[in-house]
Design a protein around this ligand. Structure first.
Ligand SMILES: Cc1ncc(COP(=O)(O)O)c(C=O)c1O
Length: 399
């Protein structure tokens, strides 16, 4: 394999719910869940059954034909979000790329093409999405980057206002920055962005690839803010482990695309849509959106109490619902490794944050067990006198 990932030190073989087992039979609590993909846990029986059933019936047809699972998924997404139309693809980057293409195609007749995105954001690894990503480390070595991107400060409406020009077609933002360290947008910021876009006559595009589909305690994170975007990108948790990307575009704007203007061979295959429908069905029937909100509060409370007891190690707890980070006063990578040794999987991100994205159906007992492991690790670091040190190691392979 090409060395795009640091060589993994763990080989996983099986998973069930919030627990994965490695090739030697060791069990781990999976609090990163495929980086937010396994919204209903590993191998949820309903998702497995739906994939099996659909795989034996009709796995793939071209988008030149209709299939029932695709139509039903589009209907379901619109029912859960806003009046719009869907485009299906296979990944987060492809979904955000679709947002960028929407902005260009919508803007071109109006003399507009620029997309304003946020510093410290993460939008994917294609050339356009890594250019929208406001982090030099992601862009490094890929010059020349495509033109037409400008950057503003996250949670700073003045900076966004300054970045908008007569060439701007859209503002692109994650309601909760994920890879950037799990930083929620403020209400004033999101409402300010909606107002700014309306005044400037431009599109508000949301990247809900990581924070969407129940993760923050609402079906979609924008629903915390009393606003409606012009389009949003989804992926990760939507397929419950099966690769599915989707874009929901407000009705009236969706017809910016016309037959032949955008496409994806595998996007919205019956198999992918069956997996997504089963995943959304589980989330809905088991009340997992509210559960994520409640368990998120519980996990957050427990982590905050740890923060109070280990002030020399922990700076703060950040996030929303079951998208949380413990922000440390030291590099997070060594703690990630020690947590793994003790049976808890999470991910160091943004240098000094430990990110937790457990399945939405994680149990109270699993949350409490995870916090006990975190406490053990903090206690070991305290005992060894490894308090606050300057950050010098970056997380690798973050997304
Ligand atoms: C907010 C956000 N957007 C886009 C992406 C890219 O998604 P993918 O890796 O599926 O292309 C990610 C991946 O982590 C993400 O967190």
């Amino acid at each position: 394999m090409a060395p795009t990932y640091a060589p993994p030190s763990l080989a996983l073989a099986e998973g069930r719910g919030a627990v994965v087992t490695d090739c030697d039979g060791r069990r781990y609590l999976d609090f990163i869940a495929g980086i937010g993909v396994l919204s209903v846990g590993h191998c949820h029986p309903r998702v497995v059954a739906a994939v099996r059933e659909q795989a034996g019936r009709l796995m793939h047809v071209s988008n030149l034909y209709f299939t029932e699972p695709q139509a039903r998924l589009a209907e379901k997404l619109v029912e859960l979000s806003f009046d719009g139309q869907c485009f299906f693809c296979n990944s987060g980057a492809e979904a955000v790329e679709t947002l960028i293409k929407l902005a260009r195609r919508w803007g071109n007749p109006r003399g507009r093409y620029e997309v304003v995105s946020m510093r410290n954001s993460f939008h994917g690894r294609t050339l356009a999405t890594l250019t929208a990503t406001g982090q030099p480390k992601v862009q490094q070595g890929y010059a020349p980057l495509p033109p037409g991107f400008r950057y503003a400060e996250f949670n700073d409406i003045r900076s966004c206002r300054e970045a908008v020009t007569e060439k701007t077609a859209a503002i692109l933002v994650e309601p909760v920055q994920g890879e950037g360290g799990v930083i929620p947008a403020s209400v004033e910021f999101m409402q300010g962005l909606r107002r700014l876009c309306d005044e400037a006559g431009i599109l508000l595009l949301l990247d809900e690839v990581q924070c969407g589909v129940g993760r923050t305690g609402k079906w979609f994170a924008y629903q915390h803010y009393g606003i409606i975007p012009d389009a949003m990108a989804l992926a990760k948790g939507l397929g419950g482990g099966f690769p599915v990307g989707a874009v929901v575009i407000r009705r009236g704007i969706a017809n910016t695309f016309q037959p032949g203007s955008h496409a994806s061979t595998f996007g919205g295959s019956p198999l992918a849509c069956a997996a997504a429908l089963a995943t959304l069905g589980v989330i809905e029937d088991a009340g997992l959106v509210d559960h994520a909100g409640r368990l998120g509060d519980r996990l957050r409370g427990l982590l905050e109490s740890l923060a109070g007891r280990y002030p020399e190690l922990v700076q703060e707890v950040r996030g929303r619902g079951l998208m949380l980070a413990v922000v440390l006063k030291r590099p997070a990578k060594p703690l990630e490794q020690l947590l793994r040794e003790k049976g808890l999987l999470c991910l160091a991100t943004a240098e000094n944050a430990l990110r937790f994205l457990p399945p939405l159906n994680v149990s109270v007992a699993e949350v409490e067990q995870a916090v006990r492991i975190i406490e053990q690790v903090l206690a070991e670091f305290r005992a060894e006198g490894k308090g606050s040190v300057p950050s010098n190691s970056r997380g690798e392979n973050e997304q």
